[in-house]
Ligand binder design. Structure first.
Ligand code: B12
Length: 224
């Protein structure tokens, strides 16, 4: 069990969801400057509804110049962590080509004392899950993440039995513990309700199943 930092009195814990940078310019780079991936928004939305938690989402492909950047022009996580320390970091692994960036971030945030969780289509087989664990990811969420993240946070906060959380893999006594599969969620419009509440920040683009950010790429989830 990885201990999560105690929040300062009255403060909320912070969950930072990161959509990692593509490794190279590609035909989607332009549109990615105005969109983001849907899955991590769903997961972050769930966390924003957990009492005592607040959420930030950073899409590294859609990062406005107002945010601090490092020498490579990517978000400067050291500065971000100093200004707004995240207690838990979520890493979106929808594209395998971003795995090296995911692992770099995972190692960095792990060293910085944050709990690191990753999910997405890349983590579909044992080898990829093991690689994530070897690179600083504490918990790999397999399959759909909405219910799993809520149960995982509950278990971490209350020191519950992690083995009862379905759909995660983590290191237990030196060996990766394979989580049980979770039944797929029904795709209902209720999953969009929160996004509607964020309409001043986010506009749905149903064609690409992505969200198009109109004003910011770092923002605090205000949909409660
Ligand atoms: C819509 C889509 C696109 C759109 C938008 C992409 C985007 N950035 O959102 C467009 C058309 C742009 C696109 C392009 C490409 N795509 Co595409 N795309 C999809 C598709 C059909 C749906 C994605 C989606 O929105 N799913 C719905 C959301 C709700 O699910 P999700 O993302 O999986 O997230 C859930 C879980 O994975 C998990 N989760 C995800 N992240 C996290 C993080 C944490 C911390 C946690 C706890 C949980 C968690 O919880 C989420 C909610 O349940 C998927 C196939 C699929 N069935 O998923 C392929 C898919 C993601 N695409 C794929 C590929 C290969 C591409 C392209 C490279 C194709 C190409 N050759 O050009 C490009 C790359 C574009 C780019 N650079 O981003 C592959 C990726 C495979 C891989 N392992 O890399 C997929 C899986 C299709 C496939 N089976 O091959 N794509």
């Amino acid at each position: 069990m990885i201990d999560i930092r105690e929040p300062k009195s009255g403060a909320k814990r912070r969950f930072r969801m990161i959509i990692p940078a593509y490794p190279a310019f590609n035909i989607y780079s332009k549109i990615a400057k105005h969109t983001t991936a849907l899955g991590p928004i769903f997961v972050a939305t769930v966390v924003s509804k957990i009492p005592g938690w607040e959420v930030e989402i950073i899409d590294e492909n859609n990062y406005w110049p107002i945010g601090p950047v490092d020498k490579d022009g990517l978000p400067d996580h050291e500065t971000l962590q100093r200004l707004h320390p995240a207690d838990m970091v979520g890493l979106y692994g929808g594209l395998s080509s971003t795995a090296p960036r995911i692992f770099k971030l995972a190692r960095w945030y792990n060293d910085a004392g944050a709990v690191v969780v990753a999910g997405g289509q890349h983590f579909a087989d044992e080898a990829n899950i093991r690689e994530a664990i070897d690179n600083g990811v504490h918990y790999v969420v397999i399959g759909e993440g909405e219910e799993t993240i809520a149960e995982l946070i509950q278990a971490i906060e209350h020191r519950g039995d992690l083995k009862s959380v379905k759909g995660i893999s983590f290191l237990s006594e030196g060996l990766p513990m394979a989580g049980f599969e979770r039944t797929a969620l029904w795709f209902t419009f209720s999953r969009f309700l929160c996004l509607n509440g964020l309409s001043h920040l986010v506009k749905m683009n149903s064609l690409f199943l992505t969200t198009s950010f109109k004003f910011v790429s770092i923002f605090k989830q205000t949909c409660l």
